[in-house]
Design a protein around this ligand. Structure first.
Ligand code: BGC
Length: 863
């Protein structure tokens, strides 16, 4: 008896489709079946309003256009689907899934920006005031939605209960252009009669200090405000709206200081009992001031919010050199502590955070101007008090606890991991524990660096959306997590900043900071405008995303082509180059071995080529021809200027060859072969230690593999001496470091400024591990077709990867026994694959959905 079922439909890239911003969300569904090779021939979609597509002959099951009337604001629609196979099979209906639109029209917003008066504010990162309003419900409620955002960061409460589980809402977008609001179903928090809504409002990114070199405060404004609209529908169909306005009242709260970098101080004695519940006497509270805000900037989220995703208990209690109590959580994270403490009123517990220890004490220097210091002042209750800061986040593994009253017991202090709550989709495992740990470290660095936006690091005074970092990491990021929704939001910011500044900033959202107050085009960083959307298209099949980003993608290439001018070489302006290659001096990270102009010109070829392909996909044939020609001209210029006739490339560095080979910059198979040989020679001469920075690192293992030197790629990856990927692992790293030697072999912290222990860029090699060690790669956008080409090596006895693709779960694993390799491939319905066996990598075997086992014996055909 076979089965054929359709999972509930999903909408665009939403994890929870409540309050979405699309009028016509695209639909995707996953088919579960045990029918081998199953392919969809047709589908039928039914909407809860009675719309039906009837039988649509189509194999599409991912991001299928919305088939009904567009959604209006607040409108909710159910969707279900059934499918027919090419083999004549037919499924039943999927379960219904429901989507609900948010406020799609700026005119839907009645909420004003309610701002605590000046008297309740101090310098930035000071107190977080409370705002509240009582209201009465006329009867039983059928449904209630809270549409809410802020200038600042907020936590909302209704009748004494926190609304939702978002952390650091509304997150950080380019506030000049876009401010995300959230929709919460708050029906269950309301009751007939008196009710109260309130919020705590901190400065966050809007008014707080952000940025490096000391940063700046008040970048977006000097006043925080809450924008909230509670819409109530009664059982009798009538409605009421409670929105922020001058009727809201404000007072100081228990949070006396809150800074993203410096930490939070909470004086529990100052918490007014029952302040967000009816019956509270707010007569002394001050009225909120109403400020102007532009409702046209309000946008619904395209991905999940930041949430608490895991709780870690300490693995050890250490004593510092001066007798300090230091907890070791065993893992470097982005998050904060939660404490359970009992003691006298007014007593202060102090919590400091660091990623590593230096001579047994917290290493605070790498944090630069981020104090990462939380303080809790006890209320003095008879019962233990529980507290977790709400308006800050730290990057740490170790925490120093000072002033703990009494004995610190197990469970009194835990670490709460916080980041954008993306769905984990990809995994990797192998027989080498160090390599498996490296992969875990990559995942942890992704988690640590996705606190609402893709950042460089979570601990020091930056945490900015550095474009180069996500540019190189995007293929790995999109394998580990379903990050299309969050990255779509960030790309919308990138486009907005691009339009405003006329180039792609090196970080997005852009904030002007010394010593880089100007927005300057920078290779490999600005190329995020092209590479990130392209990568997401490859991994999700979302062509509309390319369409949305196309103006920015093409404008970037036009701009840098203009800078290259008639020479077709981009050799002007400051560049970051192959940032942080191991030869760059600690204080001068851009002084790498590879000529920055070579890097810039190579990236121009790469991006122009991707824009040409994008233009073709979007049917812009004129553009496609123009960008193809540009690509060819810049490539030819690169080849002439940077490569010799026998394939030797200027700079003669690992990165120069990796770029030339992976970006297809050299003419002629023989020259390419020579370049490959030279790369292998360099890698061997360096004792299989890494010689690349941000630019070369994601490419080098692929370049070696293409050059027929997969074993050298393995030796590079499995190297444990400094500099290498596994060096950090042998030094106890639990995340990817910013520089190869963030910690020096003698256990001391690198004296350079750029010494973070949580930067994902060098973790970009995980993409090679997925595609080449495990052999799981897309051959068509969204993994509608796979290329399965594992390359066992490096002495590994088994390896495997799994991925929840848009079509369903795919798995590849291999196991070596003697000279025989058993390969197991599992493909989801409605996909196909070309399988290249390790024993015969140049030929492909065609397979479809289902489980396939291949016994590969050297010299024999597959069994
Ligand atoms: C960041 C990097 C970034 C770089 C470029 C650093 O401060 O942490 O990851 O890409 O600057 O200048």
């Amino acid at each position: 008896m076979t089965f054929l079922n359709v999972e509930p439909v999903t909408f665009d890239h939403h994890r929870d489709p409540l309050g979405i911003g699309e009028h016509a969300p695209r639909l995707s569904w996953i088919i579960q079946t045990d029918i081998p090779g199953w392919l969809q021939q047709a589908y039928e979609i039914e909407l809860s309003d009675g719309t039906s597509t009837g039988f649509v002959e189509s194999g599409e099951s991912v991001l299928v256009p919305w088939p009904g009337e567009p959604l209006g604001s607040r409108e909710r629609r159910g969707v279900r689907v059934r499918v027919h196979g090419a083999d004549g099979s037919a499924s039943g209906w999927s379960p219904w899934s429901y989507v609900e639109a948010g406020l799609l029209d700026p005119a839907d917003w009645q909420a004003r920006a309610a701002a605590p008066p000046w008297d309740l504010l101090a310098d930035s990162d000071g107190p977080a005031p409370l705002l509240r309003r009582d209201f009465t419900l006329r009867g039983p409620v059928e449904r209630a939605r809270l549409y809410v955002t802020a200038h600042g960061t907020y936590e909302a409460e209704i009748n004494g209960r926190v609304v939702g589980d978002d952390v650091l809402a509304p997150g950080w977008t380019s506030y000049h252009h876009r401010l995300r609001y959230r929709t919460h179903d708050v029906t269950a928090l309301l009751r007939e009669g008196p009710n109260t809504i309130g919020a705590t409002l901190a400065d966050g990114w809007y008014r707080g200090r952000i940025g490096f070199a000391g940063g700046r405060s008040g970048i977006y404004g000097d006043r925080t405000s809450l924008i909230a609209q509670l819409e109530i529908t009664y059982l009798d169909g009538t409605t009421d709206t409670v929105a922020t306005d001058s009727a809201w009242r404000c007072a100081p709260g228990p949070v006396t200081a809150a800074s993203l970098y410096d930490g939070e101080t909470h004086d529990a004695r100052l918490l007014p009992d029952g302040w967000s519940e009816p019956g509270f006497d707010a007569s002394t509270w001050l009225p909120a001031e109403v400020l102007h805000h532009d409702t046209a900037l309000l946008v619904a989220p395209t991905g999940p919010p930041v949430r608490r995703t895991e709780v870690l208990h300490p693995i050890g209690v250490l004593t510092g050199p001066n007798g300090e109590t230091i907890l070791d959580f065993g893992q470097n994270i982005a998050g904060r502590l939660r404490i359970r403490v009992q003691g006298p009123a007014g007593h202060t517990v102090s919590l400091r955070h660091a990623e590593v220890l230096d001579n047994g004490a917290l290493a605070l220097r790498p944090l630069r101007h981020a104090a990462a210091h939380d303080r809790y002042i006890l209320r003095g209750d008879a019962e233990p008090e529980t507290w977790e800061p709400r308006f800050t986040v730290h990057g740490f593994r170790y925490a120093q606890i000072d002033g703990w009253p009494g004995d610190l017991r197990h469970g009194d202090v835990v670490a709460v991991v916080c980041h954008t709550d993306m769905r984990p989709i990809g995994d990797f495992d192998c027989s080498d524990p160090l390599l498996s740990r490296l992969h875990d470290n990559v995942r942890w660095s992704m988690r640590g660096n996705y606190v609402d936006l893709p950042t460089d690091c979570p601990q020091r005074d930056e945490r900015l959306g550095w474009t180069g970092d996500i540019q190189v990491f995007a293929p790995t990021a999109s394998f580990l997590y379903d990050c299309a929704g969050p990255l779509k939001s960030w790309l919308a910011d990138l486009s907005a900043e691009h339009r405003r500044h006329g180039t792609v900033p090196v970080f997005v959202p852009w904030i002007a900071l010394e010593p880089v107050p100007d927005v300057l085009p920078t290779a490999a960083w600005g190329d995020a405008a092209v590479v990130v959307p392209w990568t997401l298209y490859q991994r999700t099949g979302d062509l509309e995303l390319l369409r949305e980003q196309y103006p920015s993608m093409s404008a970037w290439v036009d701009q840098i082509a203009g800078l290259a001018g008639e020479s077709f070489l981009w050799d002007t302006g400051p560049q970051l180059g192959d940032w942080l290659d191991p030869t760059a001096p600690p204080e001068r990270p851009s002084e790498a071995q590879t000529d920055p102009a070579l890097v810039a010109t190579a990236y121009l070829v790469h991006s122009a080529g991707l824009v040409a392909e994008t233009a073709t996909l979007l049917g812009r044939t004129g553009d496609a021809a123009r960008y193809r020609e540009l690509t060819e001209r810049v490539r030819a210029a690169f080849d002439t200027v940077y490569a010799t006739c026998d394939g030797k490339v200027s700079s003669d560095s690992q990165t120069a060859y990796a770029l030339a080979l992976r970006f297809g910059l050299l003419d002629g198979a023989e020259r390419r072969a020579h370049a490959g040989e030279r790369l292998v020679e360099l890698v061997r001469a360096n004792g299989h230690r890494i010689g690349t920075g941000f630019v070369g690192t994601p490419l080098i293992c692929d370049a070696l593999t293409d050059a027929g030197a997969v074993e050298d790629a393995y030796r590079l990856l499995l190297q444990t001496e400094c500099p290498s990927w596994l060096y950090a692992v042998t030094m106890g790293a639990t995340t990817i470091w910013e520089r190869w030697d963030s910690m020096l072999p003698d256990g001391t912290v690198n004296p350079g400024e750029m010494t973070s222990f949580n930067h994902y860029a060098f973790g970009a090699v995980a993409d090679w591990m997925h595609r080449t060690i495990a052999g799981l790669a897309p051959a068509a956008p969204g993994y509608r077709r796979f290329v399965i080409r594992p390359r066992p090596g490096g002495g590994l006895t088994h390896a495997g990867a799994s991925l929840d693709t848009p079509y369903g779960r795919a798995e590849v694993s291999w196991k070596r026994t003697g000279d025989q390799v058993t390969l197991v491939v599992v493909l989801p319905a409605n996909t196909t694959a070309a399988v290249h066996l390790p024993t015969d990598p140049d030929n492909a075997i065609e397979v479809g959905a289902g489980r396939h086992v291949f016994q590969c014996v050297p010299g024999k055909a597959a069994l």
